[in-house]
Write a protein that binds this ligand. Structure first.
Ligand code: ZN
Length: 160
């Protein structure tokens, strides 16, 4: 009887302990900038450098490092940290643009599957002007006018 209870308790404890690990695979199926391995490695590197800078300060305070050695060491660490920060910026920008491309591609696919892709009005190509409707501009105000217009619709100037 006690053995059974002990087994049940053990099973229960195992489930509780394992639960977070059992959930993680589902969480990693959705792509997420925050779990990009390169970015995580860069974050780790940055944290290591910050930690090293703090340790150098500690060594200076406790007399293990001379001020000259400290300055040299920290200058070196800060240069490394700066390049890591730049790499983080680049990686974040690359991931963001990759996400935008994925999002744009998804929108195009969705539009196509709905039976036609209409680009946003800002991107729509201007309707082709036929030969009988050559593009003209008002000599007074520069507004675009149609070939058959005798007066400018914008400023009213007489058109030749
Ligand atoms: Zn005009």
């Amino acid at each position: 009887m006690w053995l059974l209870i002990a087994l049940i308790l053990l099973l229960f404890a195992t489930i509780v302990v394992m639960a977070p690990f059992l959930r993680t695979p589902a969480a990693t199926t959705t792509p997420d900038i925050s779990v990009d391995p390169k970015l995580l490695a860069l974050y780790n590197r940055r944290d290591q450098l910050y930690q090293a800078i703090r340790e150098a300060k500690f060594d200076l305070d406790t007399g293990k490092l001379s001020p000259e050695d400290y300055e040299r060491q920290v200058a070196h660490l800060k240069r490394q940290a700066a390049s890591v920060l730049k790499a983080i910026d680049r990686r974040q920008a690359a991931l963001a643009s990759a996400e935008l491309e994925t999002e744009a591609e998804r929108l195009v696919q969705a539009a196509r599957s709905q039976g036609g892709f209409a680009p946003p009005s800002g991107l729509a190509p201007a309707p082709a002007a036929s030969s009988s409707q050559a593009v003209r501009y008002c000599p007074q105000c520069g507004a675009r006018v149609r070939a058959q217009d005798r007066f400018c619709p914008a400023c009213g100037a007489r058109l030749s």
